[in-house]
Design a protein around this ligand. Structure first.
Ligand code: DSN
Length: 418
């Protein structure tokens, strides 16, 4: 695991890279360069994190050799439901992984651990609940939603009729608008979840509205799943019909997805993942998911998440103290959006300049953004990755100072050139 100065306490990464370099100098060099970048940079991309060495090792283990289309269980016969022989070990692994994830979220929901990503989990979740052409009410990408929540360039916007609810003038989800649009558009599915929203999402209020209009209620908790697991954000379990997530963000696992559903949707969820959306599951990733689920059940992980949230507040407060605008004026979770609408340069310009300074962020649209998404008027800042590397509140205040210095330099340069 990397510490805050970029020292690696395990020999795993270096030995692994050395071995790859011996076999493929070209690819090995790409990996080594990226490892160095990740070690030396301050990583503030809110969706990224550093997983444990055990998770990393499982991603590269012999399970990558195994095909196992199907499921470890067949509801009718009670036997294995795989289409290949030799699955006795991965069957046990996958069942164990499902049980562990139920433990993480303290739920009796059905769980499918096969989705390769969050987008594929969402593809399967929609398939399980609604038909093509049905209406989804969701948060738009511009306001902090996700590409797979109905963006016109994504499968979700092409296969479904998507209506978006708004945020209010302060950037908070406008629950009155959710109710109004739910009543007038009568969606088949209401979706809560975001990739750039810094406030608590009121799942109870969403569930109530869904019930009022007879819609299914789905939550994509990808960003805040770790906070939910640790009790730092209200849980959607018991309220939502289906809950999807990725495993690599605040959950600190391998790249991948999960789908949870009320028991009555178990069969529909499973057949929407395989054979509808995917073929063979990635059993090496399922092993890594199981290890991260074990890690996420520990007290150490709970403390880590509490520190992520404390760090986010301290980081955000420092920007507010320095006079910056933050969407919604603060944060309740692991991220926030710095609003650069009043600056002469875009989020993209700042992202590029911060890259040169060894600080990694991503440009992000802010509500009502006048710039195109490729430029954007904000940057998204998250604390999950650097908290894994041991950063505390003072470290994040210092990073805010570094970013402030860069912004001031850029502003002066733009003024000089006018
Ligand atoms: N693209 C991811 C993010 O950065 O939030 C979500 O999938």
């Amino acid at each position: 695991m990397l510490d805050k100065s970029g020292n690696d306490s395990s020999s795993y990464n270096m030995d692994d890279i050395k071995f790859i370099k011996e076999k493929s100098p070209v690819v090995g060099q790409f990996i080594e360069d990226e490892y160095e970048r990740q070690k030396n940079n301050v990583e503030l991309i809110a969706s990224e994190n550093y997983c444990s060495d055990a998770v990393l090792a499982a991603c590269g283990c012999c399970l990558t050799w195994k095909y196992a289309e199907g499921y470890p269980y067949d509801r009718k016969s009670g036997n294995t439901g795989r289409y290949y022989g030799g699955t006795e070990n991965v069957d046990k692994l996958e069942e164990y992984c499902c049980n562990k994830w139920r433990e993480v979220f303290n739920t009796d929901y059905h769980v499918n651990v096969q989705p390769h990503s969050g987008s594929q989990a969402n593809l399967a979740a929609y398939r399980a609940l609604i038909n093509h052409g049905d209406t989804i009410l969701a948060m738009s990408l511009n306001n902090g939603g996700h590409l797979s929540h109905g963006s016109s360039v994504n499968f979700s916007g092409k296969l479904y009729n998507v209506v978006f609810y708004d945020v209010d003038e302060n950037g908070y989800i406008d629950m009155e608008d959710v109710r109004k649009k739910a009543k007038s558009y009568r969606p088949n599915l209401i979706l809560a979840g975001a990739s750039a929203y810094s406030r608590i999402i009121d799942f109870e209020a969403f569930a109530k509205i869904a019930k009022e209009v007879g819609a299914y209620f789905m939550v994509d908790m990808a960003h805040i799943a770790g906070l939910i697991a640790a009790g730092a954000h209200p849980s959607p379990f018991g309220l939502a019909d289906i809950v999807t997530t990725t495993t690599h963000k605040t959950l600190r696992g391998p790249r991948g997805g999960l789908i949870f559903g009320k028991p009555e949707f178990a069969h529909k969820i499973d057949s929407a993942v395989f054979p509808y959306a995917q073929g063979g599951p990635l059993e090496h990733i399922i092993a890594a998911k199981a290890i991260s689920a074990e890690e996420d059940c520990t007290e150490e992980y709970r403390k880590y998440i509490m520190q992520v949230v404390l760090n986010s507040k301290a980081f955000c407060d420092e920007f507010l103290k320095l006079g910056y605008k933050v969407v919604t004026g603060g944060t309740d979770n692991h991220l926030f959006l710095l609003d650069l609408s009043d600056f002469p340069f875009s989020g993209n310009d700042l992202q590029i300049r911060l890259d040169q300074e060894g600080i990694t962020v991503n440009k992000n649209a802010v509500p009502g953004d006048k710039r195109p998404p490729s430029e954007a008027s904000g940057i998204r800042l998250g604390t999950a990755a650097m908290t894994t590397r041991g950063y505390d509140e003072d470290d994040f205040r210092a990073v805010a100072g570094r970013i402030d210095k860069v912004i001031k330099e850029m502003t002066a340069e733009y003024e000089e050139n006018e």
